[in-house]
Design a protein around this ligand. Structure first.
Ligand code: 3PG
Ligand code: MG
Length: 404
């Protein structure tokens, strides 16, 4: 990632100006009720700054994957209501299915300095994800300035994150974006060492570029979760019926060699919790056993890291000065298979280090354990934080105006 030399919201003259702010209000909903408002709260500092400095604040976001059509269940109306509560001032919702429609235009026309409105779900428009100019232009026509604070969507080059910057005078990053870049960027580019990275989750294929990048940066790379079994296979172990991506065994061999060549300690599970089958439903009670990783029976599948591995991983975390964690260690949705993920969350909370979590599952694990306030930074980005760890430039950041 290039150095962060982009304008931030404080570099803009916002008083009396119409400022379009792209947030990531892609929050989980259950029957129209927001079940986790972390992303809404994370956007408040930028919104509050703009209100306090006399801007006319026009918020926009996507929600879910409506794929270019208006889906009533994916309306942003509940977000406007929650924002109204959290800001303590009315956030008017412009309910146009075409996003930039008569309601939005009239609302913007009527705005006074310090007012806040929210547009409808940008993905109701088929142009949004294709970054087609006409919708970018429509969005830009509402505003003088643009602020991108949607870190969770910074890896997407869409109308509302990138295209719109061509139709406003200046574009800048918001406070959330700057904070995410500071923590994730510093951790990867300039870590206080020892620097330990923990990767989990089901698929190796999702993490190929992350592993490669981190093998050039980390002192210790810990691999758990479903993806670890392809690595164990690459070491020549039999892994029973555990999750295996047999197209990635050679890749894993190469990474094991590279770790050795680079002097990176690569830790894999030394023991594993197995079951006969995948629990159905996922949280069903199930019989578990523990085997060393090189002794997994042919008819059993690995579902979580075992007790020896929990201790091994926790020790590595204890000695770290910077830790980045992405992805669960097992099928943590099942309480009997959640001990590995919990152990990592606990070790991170107890460690005397800068601790950074990216990815919804790991964040959910620390939240449910009540450890969230003992973690230095919990990223609001899943895919975006992963691309950051890959060392990629994020289009939603790159498109902002350079600092003078
Ligand atoms: C996310 O939740 O990861 C972001 O809001 C981006 O959403 P997307 O993966 O649907 O682009
Ligand atoms: Mg304009």
């Amino acid at each position: 990632m290039a150095k962060f030399n982009k304008k931030t919201v404080e570099d803009l003259a916002v008083n009396g100006k119409r400022v379009l702010v792209r947030c990531d209000f892609n929050v989980p909903l259950k029957e129209g009720v927001i079940t986790d408002d972390t992303r809404i709260r994370a956007a408040l500092p930028t919104i509050q700054y703009l209100v306090d400095n006399g801007a006319r604040v026009i918020l926009c976001s996507h929600l879910g994957k409506p794929k270019g059509t208006a889906k009533p269940e994916l309306t942003l109306a509940p977000v406007a209501a929650r924002l109204t509560e959290l800001l303590g001032k009315e956030v008017l919702f412009a309910a146009d299915d075409e996003v930039v429609g008569p309601n939005a235009k009239a609302a913007v026309e009527a705005m006074k300095d310090g007012d806040v409105i929210l547009l409808q779900n940008t993905r109701f428009r088929p142009e949004e994800e294709k970054n087609v100019e006409n919708f970018s232009e429509e969005l830009g026509s509402l505003a003088d300035l643009f602020v991108n604070d949607a870190f969770g969507t910074a890896h997407r080059a869409h109308c509302s994150t990138v295209g719109v910057t061509n139709y406003v005078k200046e574009s800048a990053n918001g406070y959330l974006m700057a904070k995410e870049v500071e923590f994730l960027g510093n951790a990867v580019e300039n870590p206080v060492r020892p620097f330990v990275c923990i990767l989990g989750g089901a698929k190796v294929a999702d993490k190929l570029a992350v592993i490669e990048n981190l093998l050039n940066k980390a002192d210790t790379l810990i691999i758990g979760g479903g993806m670890a079994y392809t690595f164990l296979k690459a070491k020549g172990y039999e892994i029973g019926t555990s999750l295996l991506d047999d197209t990635k065994v050679d890749y894993c061999k190469e990474m094991l060699d590279r770790a050795e060549k680079n002097g990176v300690q690569l830790l894999l599970p030394v023991d594993t919790v197995v079951t006969k089958e995948f629990p159905d439903p996922i949280d069903a009670e199930i019989e578990t056993e523990v085997y060393d990783s090189d002794k997994i029976p042919a008819d059993k599948m690995g579902m979580d890291i075992g007790p020896k591995t929990r201790a091994l991983f926790s020790d590595a975390i204890k000695n770290a000065k910077t830790v980045v964690w992405n992805g669960p260690m097992g099928v943590f949705e099942n309480p009997q298979l959640a001990e590995g993920t919990k152990a990592v969350a606990r070790a991170l909370a107890e460690a005397d280090c800068t601790s950074i979590i990216g990815g919804g599952d790991s964040a959910a694990a620390v939240n449910s354990l009540g450890f969230a306030d003992r973690i230095t930074h919990i990223s609001t980005g899943g895919g975006a934080s992963l691309e950051f760890l890959e060392g990629k430039e994020l289009p939603g950041i790159t498109a902002m105006t350079d600092k003078d």
